[in-house]
Write a protein that binds this ligand. Structure first.
Ligand code: ADP
Ligand code: MG
Length: 250
């Protein structure tokens, strides 16, 4: 699995990734490839480094050692224009981070207009199309504060998609939601998977990971402890740490 040479056909190729905060090494040498159209779910206990790993994929964190290559660009190369690479990576967080003083549609139009210099009419048309896709066309002119948590998160996904990213990263996108709203957000992510979006999804939703992932990575204490198909991970776990984790969460 952990070939040393960067896999040039991969959308994301991580080699020997280490990340320390001060003297605390939280990622201890990760090797990961994500192929075009692949859905990789990352599971593991709190504090195991899942969010830090995801944030290294668009260099929201400085990388202590190793390489992270996205669409052929090595993010650790100072000559690489990070903004260009980041425009191709949509990220959705646990907390939606919508701009409260803007309407839903303004939230979605902002980046395409500011960063891609799309004209407003074109950006609005695209934003409406995305709102229809996440089932919220009627909320275009609403303020985020008037939406439910599930609706806010669907807007956040639409906003990320507005830049036409080739890769989507989700960090516990449903963890802050009331249980009855989890399903509607997972459905949007499921639809993206079916459309062939390349995705890395950190999730506590084991049922979802089992159903949607092409591959599941179990992280523990800064390492990839085990990885494999959903079947291998959930029905045939090898490592005791994974077995313990699953016994707690399933
Ligand atoms: P997970 O997402 O799996 O819960 P994190 O990646 O958030 O784990 O955190 C892994 C470890 O890194 C934790 O010990 C956490 O305290 C530490 N950590 C995360 N972000 C920072 C930061 N900005 N500064 C210092 N330590 C951090
Ligand atoms: Mg986290």
């Amino acid at each position: 699995m952990s070939a040393t040479a960067t896999d040039k056909s991969a959308k994301i190729s991580v080699r020997g990734l280490k990340k320390s905060f001060g003297s605390n090494e939280v990622l201890k040498g990760l090797d990961v490839d994500v192929a075009e159209g692949e859905v990789v779910c990352v599971i593991g206990p709190s504090g195991s480094g899942k969010s830090t790993f995801l944030r290294c994929l668009n260099k929201l964190e400085d990388i202590t050692a190793g390489t992270v290559t996205v669409n052929g660009f090595d993010l650790t190369d100072a000559k690489v224009d990070l903004n260009t690479v980041r425009q191709n990576i949509g990220m959705v967080f646990q907390h939606f981070n919508l701009f409260p003083h803007m309407s839903v549609i303004q939230n979605i139009m902002l980046a395409p207009v500011e960063l891609k210099k799309l004209d407003k009419a074109g950006a609005r048309e695209k934003a409406m199309e995305l709102l229809r896709r996440v089932g919220l066309a009627e909320k275009a002119d609403a303020r985020p504060a008037s939406l439910s948590g599930g609706q806010k998160q669907r807007v956040a996904i639409a906003r990320a998609l507005a830049m036409n990213p080739g890769i989507m990263l989700f960090d516990e996108a449903t963890s802050a939601l009331d249980p009855e709203m989890v399903g509607e957000v997972l459905q949007v992510i499921r639809d993206l998977a079916a459309e062939g979006m390349t995705m890395v999804v950190v999730t506590h939703e084991m049922g979802f990971a089992r159903e949607v992932a092409d591959r599941v990575i179990f992280m523990d204490a800064g390492y990839i402890c085990e990885e494999g198909t959903p079947e291998a991970i959930f029905s045939n776990a090898q490592q005791p740490r994974l077995q313990e984790f699953l016994a707690k969460v399933l």
